[in-house]
Design a protein around this ligand. Structure first.
Ligand SMILES: Cc1ncc(COP(=O)(O)O)c(C=O)c1O
Length: 370
């Protein structure tokens, strides 16, 4: 399989562990194992007893059970646990897509969602989110993109990198369209439960029928990226079984300590969500303030969910700006070119506790580089 370099990952490989302020992370603030275990009185002691043998390849039954509580109609057996959402994307696309299939993908977006499909031999049509529409997708465009060999639609809401949250009406229309046309709907929901207004939360795709697959992970909303625990949820047994078979050739099963810790995290997910949403909402006020001071330099569509936004630099070139900023001020922003965006956007992360200090550093840089 021929895959191009993952631009964003190569960019992070250069900067992530040697830059003082990551102002473009997609995940929420993480925590230590000790802090996670402290969420339950007996968890630390139980963690000591975790058996370091192979685990169930579909995920430990206790973890499947906790994850299934995210969904309305999903049973624990409908959850297939993976090593991160990334493995689940890889396995889904390599089992369900074939050479010559056509796939429609929500873009700009997380690179695997297009490149793994291309690597599996698919022709990919971008379904473009546009800033002038507040990053909303156009349903008429979807209808025009569909072909006789279309196999699937891939969406991501809440969205990386824009923070766009699809409306309930549009979401239902996408499902209806997929069902009418007999298409699979791969719904990347790794930022679900981070909606700023919980009333706007969409139902998980997997609850809406066998055409749909929901993708989840502990990394983003719950801030536990180091566990590398992701999953798919689907009522479609054929998809589930095919994916389980391929997983025997990748990771076989998940890390036992991670599964235990993920179980604790998911059992206490409301607390993690609250903590992370508090950080995001505080950070948003700081960012609103920053952009209010620099209306001639930045524009943006305020996100409705998630730990990211995709503002635009109004003067100069975004790659040069990011490069100079990280070298002179130690603040990392992610140029939109990592998403093949050519309109001077950049990714801004909202989930880290040190955002106010990072913004102070950015303000200082801007005042010196007028
Ligand atoms: C939309 C989206 N899907 C999937 C993933 C993969 O998640 P993980 O790295 O935790 O496996 C990411 C990570 O950035 C993402 O943003």
């Amino acid at each position: 399989m021929n895959l191009p370099p993952f631009k964003l990952e190569r960019f992070f490989a250069k900067y992530e562990f040697n830059t003082e302020f990551l102002l473009c992370s997609s995940d929420c603030e993480a925590m230590s194992i000790a802090d996670l275990l402290a969420l339950e009185p007996d968890a630390a002691q139980k963690f000591q007893q975790v058996w370091l043998g192979y685990t169930e390849s579909q995920g430990s039954p206790a973890l499947q059970r906790e994850i299934s509580k995210l969904y309305e109609t999903i049973q624990p057996d409908d959850i297939l646990v993976h090593t991160g959402a990334e493995e689940a994307i890889f396995i889904f696309m390599n089992t369900m897509f074939q050479n010559g299939d056509h796939v429609i993908v929500h873009l700009p977006g997380y690179q695997s969602l297009t490149e793994v499909a291309r690597g599996a031999g698919c022709d990919v049509s971008p379904w473009l989110a546009r800033e002038e529409n507040n990053w909303a997708l156009d349903l008429d465009e979807l209808r025009h993109l569909a072909r006789s060999n279309t196999k699937a639609i891939v969406i991501n809401t809440p969205h990386n990198p824009t923070g766009y949250l699809m409306s309930r009406a549009d979401y239902e229309a996408v499902h209806k369209f997929a069902q009418e046309k007999n298409l699979l709907l791969f719904s990347d929901e790794v930022y679900r439960e981070s909606e700023y207004d919980a009333a706007e939360r969409l139902p998980p795709a997997c609850d809406l029928g066998e055409h749909a697959i929901s993708l989840g992970v502990t990394s983003k909303t719950y801030g536990l990226a180091g566990l590398r625990i992701g999953w798919i949820a689907t009522k479609n047994k054929k998809i589930y079984d095919n994916m389980a078979s391929l997983k025997d050739y990748t990771t076989i099963c998940n890390s036992a300590p991670s599964e235990f810790l993920a179980e604790v995290g998911m059992r206490n997910r409301q607390k993690l969500v609250q903590r992370n949403l508090d950080i995001i909402k505080h950070n948003l006020m700081v960012i609103d303030n920053l952009f209010a001071h620099h209306t001639n330099l930045f524009s943006w569509v305020r996100p409705k969910a998630g730990s990211m936004g995709f503002p635009r630099l109004l003067k100069g070139n975004i790659e040069d700006f990011c490069d100079d900023l990280v070298r002179k001020a130690g603040v990392l922003l992610l140029p939109g070119s990592m998403y093949d965006d050519s309109h001077n956007h950049f990714r801004l992360g909202l989930g880290r506790k040190n955002l106010p200090q990072a913004v102070e550093r950015l303000e200082d840089y801007l005042s010196k580089n007028k």
